[in-house]
Design a protein around this ligand. Structure first.
Ligand code: PGA
Length: 252
């Protein structure tokens, strides 16, 4: 594929940190950020720190997003946060269907698709997370799982819904485990994702960013990011240290 896509390095903080830690981490990232054409950086802090991080990033190119959202617009959904609230406080992106949401909160493909649609409808950029477990990979089901997760969203929003969206391939067995997919393993699934979209719209498939996530760190980032269909990284653990996060950005 000859399209040049921007590289996106996104830091998923998960449920970590404090107001003070958020301020110092973002401060360090802002100070050390490379000013490089074609490279985008995004941080995904926990809900309570979104507003302060967005304020801190004003007039900088560091983008800020959320880790989850409700599929509902408003109403009696205690504890939930809607897409319009996230947009209102200045977020630009939101993760949808992270494996920890799928697993720990029993989010199924239909709920994930509904969240994706809610994000799009509000004007947020959804980052759809897909990925297989080790058991599924060992049983030869990785491709089928990725297709199923992708198809649920395609059915809900059609291929047009992917025109302003991002996909993150995160093999569940690589998240937080220190085990990283080999570049050829990751590239194979990234190409599979792109070709699934390509069957419906070659332009959208060619321009969509597909990120790799799962124990990406400064030591392995360069060879993963060098793969043809890997357009960036969704970084968990290594995003909590500005130095590591910036080293991954530098590798890009
Ligand atoms: P990890 O997390 O980099 O700590 O494996 C990635 C993620 O869950 O987004």
């Amino acid at each position: 594929m000859s399209v040049t896509r921007k590289t996106l390095i996104a830091g998923n903080w998960k449920m970590n940190g404090s107001a003070a830690m958020a301020e110092s981490l973002v401060g360090d990232v802002l100070t050390g950020m490379p000013d490089q054409d074609g490279l985008q950086l995004l941080v995904l802090p926990p809900f309570p720190y979104l507003a302060q991080v967005i304020l801190q990033c004003q007039s900088h190119s560091l983008m800020v997003g959320a880790q989850d959202l409700s599929a509902e617009a408003n109403g009696a959904f205690t504890g939930d946060v809607s897409a319009s609230m996230l947009l209102d406080c200045g977020a630009s992106h939101v993760l949808v269907g992270h494996s920890e949401r799928r697993e720990l909160h029993s989010e199924d493909d239909q709920q994930v698709a509904a969240k994706f649609k809610a994000a799009l409808d509000a004007g947020l950029i959804p980052i759809l997370c897909v990925g297989e477990t080790l058991e599924q990979r060992d049983s030869g089901l990785a491709e089928a799982v990725i297709h199923r997760q992708l198809d649920a969203v395609l059915e809900m929003v059609s291929i047009q819904g992917f025109a302003s969206a991002i996909i993150a391939y995160e093999p569940v067995w690589a998240i937080g485990t220190g085990k990283t997919a080999r570049p050829d393993q990751a590239q194979e699934i990234h190409a599979l994702i792109r070709s699934r979209l390509e069957a419906q719209d070659a332009t959208i498939a060619g321009s969509i960013q597909i990120l790799y996530g799962g124990s990406m760190k400064p030591q392995n980032a360069a060879e993963l990011l060098a793969c043809e269909d890997i357009d960036g990284g969704l970084i968990g653990g290594a995003a909590l240290q500005a130095q590591d996060f910036l080293a991954i950005a530098a590798a890009a």
